[in-house]
Design a protein around this ligand. Structure first.
Ligand code: GLN
Ligand code: ZN
Length: 756
C-alpha cells in the first residue's frame, strides 16, 4: 500500500455552494432546458463559475479547497453517475447531459428519481435506486475533470465524494434487497477511484459520511469499520479524510479513529464535543478538521469560543485544521449585496464569504497566536455585544405575555364538545368538500406583484387587483358548490415569507438565495429578534372573501413550526422558545379572525416532520415543544371555532402520534400512497378527529375522474366514519393551471355528492 506524499492543511470548508453568487448557474441550466443555451454554452458558464470560486477561496486563505461538490443538479445524483447507478429507464438516452437531467426531473414517459430532504437541512437530494439490474461501474470523468481544472489554476484541490455507506443508506432498494447489502461491490470502485485521484495529483480526498451522525445498528458500525479499513488499504491512494457533519458521529468516531485513514472532519456546532475527541487516543495521530464555524446558519462566529475549542483540540489531534461545520451550500454566498440590511443586524451575520474569512482568521490565530487577529477579535466582540444588548432581542411585552400563559393556554375543551358546538354553528353536510388554501398563482398575479415591487402600480392598485382575484376564486367555489371556501392566497408570495415580512423580529435579505433542490432556490427570512405582531396580517383579505359568501371561508395561517423550519433561526435561545413567540403571534391572528366573524381557521404545518432530529433520543423533546407551539397558536379561539391543519408529506411514521396530539378539529393530509394506509396509521395512533386524506394528487396536471375519487372516498370510509371524513385535494393548488383545477374540483364535488 502506498499513500502518496501529503502535508496536513490548516483551513478549509467541506463543500461550497454552486448555484452562482447571482444564481448564474440556475439561469444557465434553465436556459439549456428551454433550448436557449447549448450544452457547450452551459459548460462554459459552469466552468467560469467554478474557476472564479476556486480562485476566490484560495485567495481568501483556504489551503485546501474542496472540488467535486459542484453539480448541475445534485451531488447524490452525481454519485449515482460516478458509480454507474442511474436507473435503467434513462439508459436509452444517448446524450449524457440529457440522461442526467431525465433522471433528475423526468422526460417523455420517464419518471424522475424521487427527491427527499438531505438530513435535517432544507436541501433536497435525488434518491438513487438500486435494484438487481444495477451493475456498478466507475465513471470518474467529472471529478477528474474538476481536479485537472483546479490544478491548472494552481489551487490545492481536495476532491470530495460521497462515501459508500452514506450513498447506499440513502438509496432506495428497488427489489426487496437493502442497498447496503451491495457495499462489497462498491468498495473496489472506490479503491480504483482513489488510485486514479492519486495518479491525477490529489494529496487528499474527502469522503463524506454524514450518515454516521444518525442512529446506526451495531452491524452497520461494523460495516463502517470494514469499509474504511478496506479503503485505507487501497494499493495507491491519497490521504483520506472522512467527513461527518450535522451531528455527533457517536460510536462511529472511535471506529474510524481505529482505521488507517489520515483525517476526520467533525461538526462542533451541532453536537460534537471536545471530550468526544479527547476521549479517543487514536485521534492523536490524525488530522482533525474542526468544524467550528456554523456552516448552515447565518450568525457570525464567536471567535473567542471557537479559539477555546480549537486550543483543546490541538492537544488531542495529530494536526488541526479549521473548517465550517458543514458545506456552505446551506447559506447564501455573501453579505456583500445586503446593503439594505439594518447595519446592526448585518454586523451579527456571516454568510458564505464571511465564514471563509472566519475560518482563515482562526487558522491564522492558531498558527501565529491570537495577537495576529487582535482587530478582528475586537470587531467580533463588539458585534456580539451589540447583538446581546439589542432591545429587539428582548421585548418585555412579548416575554411577559408568554410567561403569564399557563398550560391552559394550550388546551381547548374536549373534542366531542367542540364537535357538537361546531356542528350546530357550521351546518355542514356529511363529507364536506374543501381545498387546502391556494388557488393557481396566475401570471397576472405574479405580474402585479412584480409591478408593485418595481413601483409601476400603487399599493392601492395592487390590493384592488388581489381583491378581484379573491372575488373570482370565491365565485368559482360557489359555482362548483364547495362547502368550505378559501380566499385563494393570491396575495402571498410564499407561505412563510408572507408572515415573516409582517412580523417584527424577522428580516428579509435581498440576495440571500440558498439552493433548495436542482435549480430551485429559496431566500429564507432571518429570525433575529423577539417576534412581535404589529397588526393583523390576514384579517382584511379573509374578511373580504367572507363578505362575498354565506358559506364559511377558512382563515389561512402558517404554523409556528413551519415558519421556523423555513427560516434561519436564532442561535441565542432554544428553538422551542422561538416557537412559542411565533405561536403567540399566530394565536393573536386566530383570535382576530374569529372576532371578524371567521368560523374556521386553518393553521398549516407542512414542515412538522422536517425539523425532526436525526437521532431517536432527541425526538421526544422536539415533538413535545413543536406540538405545544401548535396548540398554543390554536387554543386561543372559542370552542365553536373550528381549527384545521394541513400536513403534506407522506412518511408520517414517526410523527403520527404528534398529529393526534395537535388536537386540530380537522386535519387534511397528503395521502399519496393509499388512503387506507394513512387512515389506518392514524386510527392505530388513537386519532378520532376530522380528517381529509387528499383524494387526488395535485402534483400532476392529470384531472382525476369522478369514479376514481369516489373509489378513494369509499376506501377511506372503510377506515373512518362518514361523520369525520372530509373531502379535499392533497395540497394547495398554487402550482396548477386554472382549467385543470376547475375540472378536478368539479369531479371531486360530484364524487362527494354521489358517495353521500
Ligand atoms: N395553504 C397552503 C396552500 O394551499 C398550504 C401549502 C403547503 O401545504 N405547503 O398553498
Ligand atoms: Zn400541502
Amino acid at each position: 500500500m502506498t499513500v502518496i506524499p501529503h502535508t496536513p492543511f490548516t483551513a478549509t470548508v467541506p463543500g461550497i455552494p454552486r448555484i452562482g453568487p447571482r444564481r448564474e448557474l440556475k439561469r444557465a441550466i434553465e436556459g439549456y432546458w428551454a433550448g436557449r443555451l447549448t450544452a457547450d454554452e452551459l459548460h462554459a458558464v459552469a466552468g467560469g463559475l467554478r474557476a472564479d470560486q476556486l480562485r476566490a477561496l484560495h485567495a481568501a486563505g483556504l489551503d485546501s479547497v474542496p472540488i467535486g461538490t459542484f453539480s448541475y443538479y445534485d451531488q447524490m445524483l452525481d454519485t449515482a453517475v460516478l458509480l454507474g447507478a442511474l436507473p435503467p429507464r434513462v439508459a436509452g438516452i444517448a446524450n449524457p447531459l440529457d440522461r442526467y437531467f431525465a433522471a433528475a426531473r423526468g422526460a417523455d414517459g420517464i419518471e424522475p428519481l424521487e427527491m427527499t430532504k438531505w438530513f435535517d437541512t432544507n436541501y433536497h437530494y435525488l434518491v438513487p435506486e438500486i435494484g438487481a439490474d444495477t451493475a456498478f461501474t466507475l465513471h470518474p470523468e467529472k471529478v477528474l475533470g474538476e481536479l485537472r481544472e483546479a490544478r491548472e489554476l494552481g489551487i490545492p484541490a481536495r476532491p470530495a465524494i460521497i462515501g459508500p455507506v452514506t450513498f447506499l443508506k440513502l438509496a432506495k432498494g428497488i427489489d426487496s434487497a437493502a442497498p447496503l447489502a451491495r457495499l462489497t461491490e462498491l468498495l473496489p470502485l472506490y479503491r480504483e477511484l482513489l488510485g486514479q485521484l492519486a495518479a491525477a495529483g490529489a494529496q487528499w480526498v474527502q469522503i463524506d459520511e454524514p450518515v454516521l451522525v444518525t442512529d446506526l445498528t451495531d452491524e452497520e458500525i461494523v460495516l463502517v469499520r470494514n469499509t474504511y479499513a478496506d479503503l485505507a488499504s487501497a494499493p495507491t491512494r491519497p490521504a483520506l479524510l472522512v467527513a461527518t457533519y450535522f451531528g455527533r458521529p457517536g460510536p462511529a468516531l472511535e471506529v474510524l479513529a481505529g482505521t488507517d485513514i489520515e483525517g476526520i472532519a467533525l461538526d462542533f456546532v451541532s453536537g460534537t464535543t471536545v471530550s468526544d475527541v479527547t476521549s479517543i487516543p487514536a485521534l492523536a495521530n490524525k488530522l482533525l478538521v474542526a468544524g467550528v464555524v456554523d456552516g448552515r446558519n447565518v450568525w457570525r462566529t464567536d471567535l473567542d469560543d471557537a479559539l477555546a475549542t480549537l486550543g483543546t483540540l490541538q492537544g488531542a489531534s495529530g494536526s488541526l485544521a479549521v473548517s465550517s461545520s458543514s458545506s456552505l451550500l446551506h447559506v447564501p454566498y455573501s453579505l456583500e449585496p445586503e446593503a439594505e440590511l439594518d447595519p446592526a443586524l448585518r454586523s451579527w451575520l456571516a454568510f458564505g464569504a464571511e465564514k471563509v474569512r472566519e475560518v482563515q482568521l482562526l487558522a491564522r490565530a492558531l498558527r501565529e497566536g491570537t495577537e495576529a487577529i487582535t482587530d478582528e477579535l475586537t470587531a467580533a466582540r463588539t458585534a456580539a455585544r451589540s447583538r446581546r444588548d439589542d432591545p429587539r432581542l428582548h421585548v418585555g411585552t412579548v416575554r411577559a405575555r408568554l410567561a403569564a400563559l399557563g398550560p391552559d393556554a394550550e388546551h381547548r375543551a374536549p373534542a366531542e364538545e367542540r364537535r357538537a358546538l361546531q356542528r350546530d354553528r357550521l351546518q355542514l353536510p356529511l363529507l364536506p368538500t374543501t381545498t387546502i388554501g391556494s388557488y393557481p398563482q396566475t401570471t397576472a398575479i405574479r405580474k402585479a406583484r412584480a409591478a408593485l415591487r418595481a413601483g409601476e402600480i400603487t399599493e392601492a392598485q395592487y390590493r384592488e387587483q388581489m381583491r378581484a382575484e379573491i372575488a373570482d376564486v370565491v365565485a368559482l367555489q360557489e359555482k362548483l358548490r364547495l362547502d368550505v371556501l378559501v380566499h385563494g392566497e393570491p396575495e402571498r408570495n410564499d407561505m412563510v415569507q408572507y408572515f415573516a415580512e409582517q412580523l417584527d423580529g424577522f428580516a428579509a435579505t435581498a440576495n440571500g438565495w440558498v439552493q433548495s433542490y436542482g435549480t430551485r432556490c429559496v431566500r429564507p427570512p432571518i429570525l433575529f429578534g423577539d417576534v412581535v405582531r404589529r397588526e393583523p396580517m390576514t384579517v382584511e383579505w379573509i374578511s373580504y372573501a367572507q363578505s362575498l359568501t354565506d358559506k364559511p371561508v377558512k382563515g389561512m395561517l402558517t404554523g409556528p413550526v413551519t415558519i421556523l423550519a423555513w427560516s434561519f433561526v436564532r442561535d441565542d435561545q432554544p428553538l422551542a422558545d422561538s416557537a412559542r413567540q411565533v405561536a403567540l403571534a399566530i394565536r393573536d391572528e386566530t383570535v382576530d379572525l374569529q372576532t371578524a366573524g371567521i368560523r374556521i381557521v386553518q393553521v398549516d404545518e407542512p414542515a412538522l416532520r422536517e425539523l425532526l432530529p436525526l437521532r431517536a433520543e432527541a425526538k421526544p423533546d422536539y415533538l413535545n415543544w413543536s406540538v405545544a407551539a401548535f396548540r398554543l397558536s390554536t387554543s386561543g379561539v372559542s370552542d365553536a371555532t373550528q381549527i384545521h391543519t394541513h400536513l403534506c408529506y407522506s412518511e408520517f411514521g414517526e410523527v403520527i402520534g404528534a398529529i393526534t396530539a395537535l388536537d386540530a378539529d380537522v386535519t387534511s393530509i397528503e395521502a399519496a400512497r393509499s388512503h387506507m394506509e394513512v387512515l389506518d396509521d392514524l386510527n392505530s395512533a388513537g386519532f378520532d378527529l376530522g380528517v381529509g386524506p387528499g383524494v387526488y394528487d395535485i402534483h400532476s396536471p392529470r384531472v382525476p375522474s369522478v369514479e376514481e375519487i369516489s373509489a378513494a372516498l369509499r376506501s377511506a370510509l372503510k377506515a373512518v366514519p362518514a361523520e369525520r371524513l372530509w373531502v379535499n385535494p392533497d395540497c394547495g393548488l398554487k402550482t396548477r393551471g386554472p382549467v385543470e383545477v376547475e375540472e378536478s374540483l368539479r369531479n371531486m364535488v360530484a364524487a362527494a355528492h354521489s358517495v353521500r
